[in-house]
Design a protein around this ligand. Structure first.
Ligand SMILES: [Fe+2]
Ligand SMILES: [Zn+2]
Length: 385
């Protein structure tokens, strides 16, 4: 952004000295400094926010850029002694003579926060495929794959080795591995004493794993080593899309799903995990950030809790929508393919199969924050738009 104006500011008034047709207006209010940008957007900056975000070397740890300034070192009603916008910089002098400069572009960016980083999908979507070796060895290919994964919440890595513990190799790109109880790399095969319905040939309705943890793993990789059985197609569902549609149609039921704690439990002879959490989590702005859905691990809600009947209306509606054929994407995961899902968003499941041959899948878990970290590192190398 070019410097476009200098402004001499007095309380409640602005005196502009235009330097181009595109004027930036700066106005000092009783509790804020307000900036109106040439595109019409406005940024309102509370005085204490401005003082707290001084970037000078007195206010930061120079070596790390971490904040050193503590707001209690000034009064709660601090106001600028003078304010000036010149050369793309907002400059404030405080009553004690301390001066703070803010980059205009940085301030303007607050007015245009991007929330459109994800794209929703339904039937007709096919998870984008990437070559396993390219993903590991080529930064450009990894950047494309991780960008797609962050946007859609799913991808398939193809031509992977059909060797046990291949998922360990993904740690440099997605990891570290998020370990949970039971096994570090989980084996999913049919066996008689399995602790989960996944160890039978029964169908698995869409779900996310480890709903019994208060923070379930937020990324799951499912690696097919052997698939010699008829049936057993993989199923994925964009849970956030399902929830968006449910919220639009029945906001009352959506609120119940956000506010009713539900017990989940997963256990075997040696392990016991359980939690009590709502099925839906939103951030403070109302954006959906998590769906917890596992019919198989859900336990009985205390029926004496107020609102259980209403919860079951909401849960019935959610189950109907999650299992609706129009939102299910199904495909056969072949040997040597790895399905990766953002598991607080995308539910996975499978159709029933005939246990007439071998079918061996391995699961490993990661964290979405760490995946985004790898994207940032690739962006620093100039490999991400
Ligand atoms: Fe699962
Ligand atoms: Zn400072």
């Amino acid at each position: 952004m070019q410097a476009v104006i200098g402004a001499d500011v007095v309380l409640g008034q602005v005196v502009e000295r235009p330097m181009s047709e595109q004027a930036i207006r700066v106005k000092q209010q009783a509790e804020t400094v307000d900036i109106v940008w040439p595109d019409g957007t406005q940024t309102s900056l509370p005085h204490l926010w401005l003082r707290d975000n001084c970037d000078c070397n007195d206010c930061r740890v120079e070596q790390t850029t971490e904040k050193k300034f503590m707001v209690t070192s000034v009064t709660v009603d601090i106001k600028p002694a003078s304010t000036e916008y010149l050369d793309d910089t907002l400059r404030i002098v405080w009553p004690d003579g301390h001066a703070t400069c803010y980059n205009g572009c940085d301030l303007h960016a607050f007015a245009n926060e991007d929330t459109e980083w994800r794209s929703e999908w339904g039937a007709g979507y096919v998870p984008v495929g990437f070559d396993f070796q390219d993903f590991l060895n080529d930064d450009g290919a990894a950047a494309s794959a991780i960008q797609e994964f962050v946007k859609s919440g799913a991808m398939v890595l193809k031509n992977a080795p059909q060797e046990p513990n291949t998922l360990e190799q993904l740690a440099p790109r997605l990891g570290p591995i998020r370990e949970v109880l039971f096994e570090r790399i989980h084996n999913v095969e049919v066996y008689a004493d399995g602790y989960n319905v996944a160890h039978t040939p029964l169908p698995l309705p869409p779900h996310n794993d480890f709903a019994s943890y208060s923070w379930p793993p937020s990324v799951q990789a499912l690696h097919m080593l052997v698939n010699e059985v008829p049936g057993g197609e993989s199923v994925v569902v964009d849970g956030w899309r399902v929830l968006s549609e449910l919220r639009a149609a029945r906001p009352d039921l959506f609120d119940v799903l956000c506010s009713t704690p539900v017990p989940f439990r997963m256990f075997d002879r040696d392990n016991e995990t359980c939690t009590l959490e709502p099925l839906v989590r939103c951030d403070v702005d109302g954006h959906i950030t998590g769906l917890r859905f596992s019919n198989q691990l859900m336990q009985a809600i205390n029926p004496n809790r107020p609102g259980v009947a209403k919860f079951y209306r909401a849960y019935h509606e959610l189950c109907k929508r999650v299992t609706d054929p129009s939102v299910k994407v199904s495909f056969r995961l072949g040997a040597g393919e790895i399905l990766v899902v953002a598991s607080h968003r995308v539910l996975h499941g499978r159709n029933a199969f005939q246990a007439s041959g071998r079918r061996h899948l391995q699961d490993a878990y990661f964290e979405f924050d760490n995946v985004r970290n790898h994207l940032v590192l690739l962006r620093r190398k100039g490999l991400v738009q």
